[in-house]
Design a protein around this ligand. Structure first.
Ligand code: PBG
Length: 328
């Protein structure tokens, strides 16, 4: 025991000395705001389970992008809400589908000022709500790869800066990479959700895009949270297939995984602070049980401390505003 000679509190006694040694920072460039897109004009419909988040028509999405950029958030990830659905999600491969249409307009408007990431998945476009084509009561891996690569090419052609496949099919990075490379898009990066657990924290998101599976669950393709090592193989496989950066989700209850990936692989990591994590903070703050801003800034710093380089979060706009105000 070195006490009383060693007193760790000496480095905490005032703000300047604390600031000197704090080494975890959240930058506005770390933040990625999700946007939910719907057909129509001047639509801004609040999502019940995601207070403060909206389904937006393209014109309103463009306005939201302007507000984000004004606060210094220059990255978004797009999700389509589709009223039209089919068996395989093939409708998502048309250039007239909502997300490619939006990407075209957004890129026309903002060019390289705004990084546009497109989520790649079929669940918003299938009538059964699963992430791929169903054969004999299960999602068929290899048939789904075909739709995913076609959808990716459509999104790349529309101008997406990055593709983020979230389906959890085996081999999708390679299959999308091949499709892009053979069509002249060898420069377009792929950020797969390499580590994606079958999580109840996605509940509000499924409300937002109407993508909950009508029957069954996603456990035959998303990972089990009771499994401690599988994520290492998932990351390794995606890197071997050509992933440029990886997404891990959910974030908060899974920061051990973020940290282990940081220690085991030299790859940029994006943590996805998912819908249920957002809603938990929102609801308890609304009830006056916690201070929203403080809890939010704390959790986001913890994600950085665990090893995330960037964070997808419905709070991106709010965090940037907080960072811009003097009292944070
Ligand atoms: C699509 C997808 C989901 C999320 C991101 N992409 C839902 C799911 O897999 O069911 C969840 C995001 C969130 O909860 O914020 N497959």
């Amino acid at each position: 025991m070195n006490y009383p000679k060693t007193r760790l509190r000496r480095l905490r006694y005032n703000r300047n000395i604390r600031n000197m040694f704090e080494d975890i920072t959240v930058n506005k460039s770390d933040l990625i705001q999700p946007i939910f897109l719907v057909e129509g004009k001047n639509i801004k419909k609040e999502i019940k389970s995601l207070t403060g988040q909206f389904q937006l028509s393209i014109d309103n999405a463009i306005d939201f992008c302007k507000s984000l950029m004004n606060e210094g958030v220059n990255s978004i990830i797009l999700f389509g809400v589709s009223s039209e659905k089919d068996d395989t999600g093939e409708i998502s491969c048309s250039s007239q589908s909502i997300v490619p249409k939006a990407i075209k307009e957004i890129k026309n408007k903002f060019g390289d000022q705004l990084l546009v990431i497109a989520d790649v998945c079929n669940c918003s476009y299938t009538n059964h709500g699963h992430c791929g084509t169903i054969v004999e009561n299960d999602v068929d891996n290899d048939l789904t790869l075909e739709t995913l690569s076609k959808q990716s090419l459509t999104l790349a052609k529309a101008g997406a800066d990055v593709l983020a496949p979230s389906d959890m099919m085996d081999g999708r990075v390679q299959s999308i990479r091949n499709k892009l490379d053979s069509s002249g898009f060898e420069k377009t990066p792929i950020f797969p959700y390499s580590v994606k657990y079958a999580s109840a924290f996605y509940g509000p998101f499924r409300d937002a895009v109407g993508s909950g599976p009508k029957k069954g669950d996603r456990k035959t393709y998303q990972m089990s949270f009771k499994n401690s090592n599988e994520y290492l193989r998932e990351v390794e496989q995606d890197l071997n297939e050509g992933a440029d950066a990886i997404i891990i989700k959910p974030a908060l209850a899974y920061l051990d995984i973020v940290n282990e990936v940081r220690r085991n692989f030299d790859v940029p990591i994006i943590a996805y602070n998912v819908s249920g994590e957002y809603s938990m903070i929102k609801s308890s703050a609304e009830k006056g049980q916690i201070n929203e801003k403080d809890v939010l800034m704390e959790t986001i710093h913890c994600m950085k401390r665990a090893g995330a380089n960037a964070i997808i979060t419905y709070f991106a706009y709010d965090i940037a505003k907080n960072l811009n105000s003097k009292n944070v």
